[in-house]
Design a binder for this molecule. Structure first.
Ligand SMILES: *Cc1c(COP(=O)(O)O)cnc(C)c1O
Length: 425
């Protein structure tokens, strides 16, 4: 359930007309609903009521500090994967003791920064990372709190690019090798062993892979306990899917129930790292039709709707062939036709939808690309020297720009011409 609803043929975000915002901020822009963000966070977090847990929103899904600040106010921590995300989380006011740091490639500077900030946990993904963390912590004279990310070798049955818990993926430490690493870490002066973590993938529509990996983790924790290694935190990662098209992902309530069932008798604090399930359906990308055209081939006529948003603004269709529903902001009762909805970028891969039924649109019409809140703006780039779009947050009958549209000046910020001389005619 979200707060993007059409009333009398006009799309609203909460109580504000989307077309009205478009007139004010111009297109394209991402539009977030505060009520939806809040509702989704609370639905997820409250599903785990009754067991000791910490929900750490996965910053990479949606990184705007206004949104991180909103979640922080609702009790969320942050799951970060870079120094930049740590900076964002701290700037947004997230308590460092609710921040956990995941990722296979943490640099020395990043480890240093996170130790300085005093985060809750490092999810270590290799023995070399452990050695480096020990060195950096020793140089600072502190102890680094550590979980190891184990790779349970479970198939999440999702898109290959977003499967992370298979032995062939780059993530985590094979569960059979992890025991030795825990024992080594126990002997390290500046390492404090605290937990076990795993994350098997994204956009999962089944509960069973989560349970399968949790069972493997449980057996592993029992082996650790037998060796006298205490585990305070069990981190199950993120990955619950959402409905983009016809998917039927589990409700967070059922996901939580299944996990709570499995964890009976375990004393550790449960950590969760949801991203997509919280923000995915809480935003849309609003774009304006620039041109319509048809290319007549020998066998068929192909119709294109060229809009002002592109693969640099929303990468998922090009990157994963992902489906996003696309609807007119103002319904005019036009009949449907089958079109490709494409952007202005000079790549054939630049599309938002292919062979899609859409009511006939014309130049100047607004379209809403639905379910764009997760891995939307946060994956956007400046490709084709396109300034990144504005982000707008609606709260009831008000809206606010939470990130200004970039300007041409911001495109070249930090660039210099050697010698400072501008050659020209
Ligand atoms: C991406 C990621 C998440 C969030 O995944 P969602 O599918 O958005 O819930 C959580 N944890 C880790 C380690 C990740 O890499």
């Amino acid at each position: 359930m979200n707060h993007f609803v059409s009333t009398n043929g006009e799309l609203f975000c909460e109580q504000v007309s989307v077309a009205e915002i478009a007139r004010d901020v111009e297109t394209p822009f991402y539009l977030y609903s505060k009520a939806t963000l809040t509702r989704h966070f609370q639905a997820f977090d409250s599903a785990f009521a009754g067991i000791d847990h910490l929900t750490c929103f996965a910053v990479k899904a949606c990184s705007n500090i206004a949104i991180l600040n909103l979640f922080s106010g609702l009790g969320s921590g942050a799951d970060i994967v870079s120094g930049g995300e740590l900076y964002r989380a701290l700037t947004a006011g997230v308590d460092p003791q609710r921040i956990i740091y995941s990722g296979v490639g943490k640099t020395e500077q990043e480890l240093h920064y996170a130790l300085e900030a005093g985060i809750l946990l490092f999810n270590v993904e290799s023995s070399q990372e452990l050695e480096r963390l020990q060195q950096v912590a020793a140089a600072k004279g502190v102890k680094a709190p550590v979980s190891f990310r184990v790779n349970p070798d479970v198939d999440p049955q999702t898109h290959a690019y977003i499967s992370t818990g298979l032995a062939k993926n780059k993530f985590g430490i094979p569960i059979d090798e992890a025991l030795e690493l825990y024992e080594r870490a126990m002997g390290m002066e500046n390492i404090e062993v605290k937990g076990v973590s795993c994350h098997i993938g994204s956009q999962l529509t089944l509960i069973s892979p989560f349970i399968e990996s949790l069972r493997k983790v449980k057996i592993f924790v029992e082996r650790l306990t037998a060796k006298g290694i205490t585990i305070d935190f069990i981190d199950l990662g993120g990955g619950v899917g959402i409905t983009y098209d016809t998917e039927q992902p589990p409700h967070p309530r059922d996901y939580a129930e299944a996990i709570k069932q499995e964890l009976q008798g375990f004393k550790a604090t449960l950590i969760l790292e949801p991203g997509r399930v919280i923000v995915g359906n809480a935003a849309i990308l609003v774009t304006e039709v620039q041109y319509t055209k048809s290319n007549r081939g020998t066998e068929q006529v192909k119709k294109f709707v060229v809009v002002d948003a592109a693969m640099n603004d929303l990468t998922r269709p090009s990157l994963y062939g992902a489906y996003h529903a696309i609807v007119p902001v103002l319904e005019k009762g036009a009949e449907c036709e089958v079109v490709d909805i494409v952007g202005p970028i000079c790549e054939t891969g630049d599309f938002l939808a292919k062979d899609r039924e859409l009511p006939r649109v014309e130049q100047g019409d607004l379209l809403a690309v639905m379910s764009a809140g997760a891995y939307g703006f946060s994956m956007s780039s400046n490709y084709n020297s396109r300034p990144r779009v504005a982000e707008v947050l609606v709260d009831g009958s008000h809206y606010e720009i939470i990130r200004r549209r970039e300007t041409f000046e911001s495109l070249v910020q930090g660039e210099t011409i050697p010698g400072g001389v501008r050659h020209g005619h």
